[in-house]
Design a protein around this ligand. Sequence first.
Ligand code: MG
Length: 216
Amino acid sequence: MPIELVIFDCDGVLVDSEPASNRAMAETIAELGWDISYDETTMRFKGRSDRDCLPIIERRVGEIPDDFLERYRERMFAMFRKDLEAVDGVAEVLEGLSQQVCVASSGDHEKLRMTLGHTRLLSRFEGRIFSAVDVERGKPEPDLFLHAAKKMGFAPARCAVVEDSPLGVRAARAAGMRPLGFAGTTTADAEALRDAGARVFTQMHELPALLVAETT
Ligand SMILES: [Mg+2]
């Protein structure tokens, strides 16, 4: 069945935000007394919404101060302002795609507008930006992708999802959509994406051919 809608995850797919996000998260968690490494932070939290991260941290350190997320976000946004960039080649690929596109991210709208705005991708997705805060359950549940497809007016079988996290690949499969695993950013784990059930690629310019060639 031909793909008519491409749903892009944001962090690690459109913008190379995962290194800064995970560094900011590791540093903010360390202030609570959990000396967590960057790698472990990435492994545990990548692809999850803030809301879904908190209980994991709480189980380890006990009660979390009210301003935890605020401190994390301040730190992360400062890093973004310094050196956040779009994923290599993504603007050109978006320009050339014949399918409709939208964004569906575990990040909230403020973070999405900040990262997409800073990398000059925002205008390409205006009015087509969906966040885990818009639905009840975040990835790996299918809610967010189903919500995005419905709002965009496409059946799940007509949708492909581009994801850099195994959680997101699982969500795409649960939604009945075609998962494409993008392993072109530093935090991506190609093998984990493959194990989760995605067709994996590492250069954004490979995407158009994958959307057309692959049939299931
Ligand atoms: Mg991601």
